[in-house]
Design a binder for this molecule. Structure first.
Ligand code: HSE
Length: 404
């Protein structure tokens, strides 16, 4: 299937340049100086390993598309599985997260204030499992992994669905000898997998917690995702996905960085951006003379940071999986599936989230038979509130788990 953006089909191919700088400055992602040291792909490499990442080869998996791939999963665990095997918790990371929830000393990772000894998800009590998602780039099989011909899959990687990703997590569960998750929890794209778990494997989930997420993607979310996909595909350095052997600095960093800047804007909220940055110029730059506003520099920085740690083809694969997410597909619709989810359920929104609207989560909470109603986090940080508001997120999860 031709995956070129539709308006490029039939047009001459884009001319690949040496990632010519758009501007001749030396900060941010427009200027390429910062990219020069970045490898073409930020996918995991042997050796760069925070935490105690483990790998398991799960063998071949047939995907919803009918394609079969050989799957290895990277995952981390904290705590011990008890004798009854009733204390296992599955954590599903968001779009660009990975298995690294926390360091042993709690200093890094994406939920170090939530997961750990004595914390809301208490690793003295629970056996916590966090896999890197199928299609990701931090150790689990994805587009940067070798195709059977030895070269990276790149854009030959089959189209994935959230159901495929959850099927991989089920295979990991079997490998670990966990009969049922005491809790499946996750936010955003991780929440998509949380929602898919009781829909696909109801007998293997005791309760679930879905934060800032939904049973299916909205048109608005697909619209934002579309822009991000085009940002990558229109970067000449993307080279149709075959950039893995490009010299340092010549990967699709500008496209991936722009995709992140679009996404990051949706992860924060207008009042936050206005109050933090207002119309201030970036220090040392003059917007009246080609320089940037501070908010531009902030987005450039987040784009650069993602380009340094992520793989552009993975970003495409995972974004496409988000776009097709619907627990109702082929099952009689979302409402029909929700009515069968009788497990105890927690639904959490952030009041300033402009990507996953709290009104949609209220409807979700009302449709789930095992949910006591929507719980709302108050935050100035929009969708990313689930990563920033540790005290509130921790209290909410602690209270939910205590009521089990
Ligand atoms: N900051 C999060 C936002 C998406 O929920 C991520 O990168 O995955």
């Amino acid at each position: 299937m031709d995956r070129s953006p539709s308006y490029l089909v039939g047009h001459p191919p884009l001319r690949i340049t040496d990632a010519a700088p758009v501007r001749d400055a030396d900060t941010g992602y427009r200027p390429h100086a910062r990219f020069r040291s970045l490898p073409a792909s930020g996918a995991w490499r042997e050796g760069d390993d925070p935490g105690d990442r483990k790998f398991v080869h799960l063998g071949s998996q047939t995907l919803e598309s009918g394609a079969t791939i050989d799957v290895t999963v990277a995952y981390e665990t904290w705590g011990e599985l008890n004798e009854d095997r009733t204390n296992a918790v599955l954590l599903c990371h968001a779009l660009t997260g990975d298995s690294h929830v926390r360091n042993a000393d709690g200093t890094e990772g994406w939920w170090p204030g939530i997961v750990g000894p004595g914390l809301a998800i208490d690793t003295d009590r629970y056996f916590v499992v966090a896999p890197n998602v199928l299609g990701g780039c931090q150790g689990t099989t994805g587009p940067a992994s070798p195709h059977p011909d030895g070269r990276p899959w790149a854009r030959r990687f089959p189209r994935l669905t959230v159901r495929d990703q959850v099927a991989t997590e089920k295979a990991l569960m079997d490998y670990l000898g966990v009969p049922s998750w005491h809790l499946v929890a996750g936010a955003s794209a991780g929440g998509h997998r949380v929602m898919e778990w009781p829909a696909s494997y109801p007998e293997h989930v005791d309760q679930f917690a879905v934060l800032v997420s939904a049973p299916e993607t909205t048109a608005e979310q697909i619209a934002y995702a579309h822009q991000q996909i085009l940002a990558i595909e229109l970067d000449p350095a993307w080279r149709g996905g075959d950039y893995y052997d490009a010299p340092a600095g010549n990967g699709p960093h500008a496209g991936l960085g722009l995709a992140r800047a679009i996404a990051h804007t949706t992860y924060r909220c207008p009042t936050e951006l206005d109050s933090r940055f207002d119309r201030a110029p970036q220090e040392g730059e003059d917007p009246m003379d080609g320089g940037r506003f501070a908010v531009q520099s902030y987005l450039d920085y987040h784009g650069y940071k993602l380009a340094a740690r992520f793989d552009a083809n993975s970003y495409l694969t995972l974004t496409e999986a988000m776009m097709t997410h619907s627990i109702g597909r082929g099952r009689g619709g979302v409402e029909a599936v929700l009515s069968t989810m009788t497990q105890r359920a927690l639904v959490v929104s952030v009041d300033s989230d402009r990507l996953f609207h709290p009104a949609d989560q209220r409807r979700l909470a009302e449709s789930l038979p095992g949910c006591d109603g929507l719980v709302t986090i108050h935050s100035d940080h929009g969708h990313d509130g689930f990563l920033v508001e540790d005290d509130q997120v921790g209290d909410i999860l602690r209270t939910f788990l205590a009521g089990a």
